[in-house]
Design a protein around this ligand. Structure first.
Ligand code: 3HC
Length: 279
C-alpha cells in the first residue's frame, strides 16, 4: 500500500517512519517544497541512526526503511492508496489541501487527517469522497494510540479500513465522535494549560511543577516539559479550538501561553520554551 503523508514536520515525519517500518507499506513524504520534505526524511534518518548506534537496529534495516520513503511535493502522490494530512492546524489550509489532492490521487484513494482538534466534517466538506480523522501522538513511532474520528459523513467502511490499517502498523485505535480535542487533547492540553497557570500564579517553579507531576502522578513528562515537547503553538491552537467550540471559560488559554507563542518561544522546536534547549 502506498501512503502519502502531507506535511513533513514532527508529526508527518513520525507517521512516515511508522509506516515505512512496517512491511507492505511505501511512503511518499511531502511538503510545500523538496527541501522541507527532505528535512522531514533527515529527521527519520536521525531517529533510525540513534537506534543503530544503540545496537537496536542493523544498518541494513535502517537503510531499507529509508529506501521506502520518497520525498517531494504533493504531486508525487499520484498513485497513493491513502493520504494522511499532517499540515498546520489551519482549517482553510487543510480544506484547500484535500481539494487539491482529490485531483492528484486515484478516485479509490482514502483520505485521513491527523488534525489534533479541528472538525473533520468541516475539513471534508465539498470533497468528492469521505474523510476520517486518524490522530497520531508524538512521538508517532513510539506512541501506541490512534484516535479514529468519524465526521458527520464518515461511512462505516472507511472507519473499518482505517481501523485495520492502524492495527497493521502496531497501533491501538479508539473510536471517538467528532468533538473539539476528541478524547486525549480534550483532557491532556487543558492539563498542560493548567500547569502553565500554576506556574504563572507563582505556586511553584517550572522544574518543581514537572517533578511534582512526574513523581506524584507517574506521568512520563511534567506538563511544562510536555508542552515544550508538543509545541506551545499547538497547545494554544488546541485550547483556542476547545474554548471557541464549547464557549466554556474553563478552557481559556493561559495569558502566559499566548505571550510565549507570540514571542516565538514554542518549546523544543524553536530551542526555547519553558526550558532552554539551545545548549
Ligand atoms: N522517534 C522515534 N523513537 C523515539 C522518539 C522519536 N521522536 N523519541 C523516543 N523514541 C524511542 C527511543 O528510541 C526509545 O526506544 P528504545 O526503547 O527502543 O531505545 C524509546 O522511545 C524511549 O525513549 P527514551 O529512552 O529516549 O526516553 P523516555 O523513556 O524518556 O521516553 C518518551 C521518551 C516516549 C517521549 C516519553 O517521555 C513519553 O512518553 N512522553 C510523553 C509523550 C506524550 O504524552 N505524547 C503525547 C503528546 S499529545 C499529542 O501528540 C497529540 C497532539 O495532537 C498534540
Amino acid at each position: 500500500m502506498k501512503v502519502g503523508i502531507i506535511g513533513a514536520g514532527t508529526m508527518g515525519s513520525g507517521i512516515a517512519q511508522t509506516f515505512a517500518q512496517t512491511d507492505g507499506y511505501e511512503v511518499y513524504l511531502c511538503d510545500i517544497d523538496d527541501d522541507l520534505a527532505a528535512t522531514g526524511k533527515a529527521k527519520i534518518e536521525k531517529s533510525l541512526m540513534s537506534r543503530v548506534s544503540k545496537g537496536k537496529m542493523e544498518q541494513a534495516e535502517a537503510d531499507a526503511i529509508l529506501a521506502k520513503i520518497t520525498t517531494g511535493t504533493k504531486d508525487i502522490c499520484n498513485d497513493a492508496d491513502l493520504i494522511i494530512e499532517a499540515a498546520l492546524e489551519v482549517m482553510e489550509l487543510k480544506k484547500a489541501l484535500f481539494l487539491e489532492m482529490q485531483d492528484i490521487v486515484p478516485p479509490t484513494c482514502l483520505f485521513a487527517t491527523n488534525t489534533s482538534s479541528l472538525s473533520v466534517t468541516e475539513i471534508g466538506a465539498g470533497l468528492d469522497r469521505p474523510i476520517i480523522g486518524m490522530h497520531f501522538f508524538n512521538p508517532a513511532p513510539v506512541m501506541k494510540l490512534i484516535e479514529i474520528i468519524r465526521g458527520e459523513n464518515t461511512p462505516d467502511e472507511l472507519k473499518d479500513k482505517i481501523d485495520e490499517i492502524s492495527k497493521s502498523i502496531g497501533k491501538t485505535p479508539v473510536d471517538t465522535n467528532e468533538s473539539p480535542g476528541f478524547v486525549v487533547n480534550r483532557i491532556l492540553v487543558p492539563m498542560i494549560n493548567e500547569g502553565i497557570c500554576v506556574y504563572e500564579t507563582g505556586v511553584a517553579s517550572v522544574e518543581d511543577i514537572d517533578i511534582a507531576m512526574r513523581l506524584g502522578a507517574n506521568h512520563p513528562m511534567g506538563p511544562l516539559q510536555l508542552g515544550d515537547y508538543i509545541g506551545l503553538d499547538i497547545c494554544l491552537a488546541v485550547m483556542e479550538v476547545i474554548h471557541a467550540e464549547t464557549g466554556d471559560s474553563k478552557y481559556r488559554p493561559s495569558p502566559l501561553l499566548r505571550k510565549m507563542v507570540r514571542a516565538g518561544k514554542l518549546g523544543v522546536k524553536t530551542g526555547i520554551g519553558f526550558y532552554d534547549y539551545r545548549k
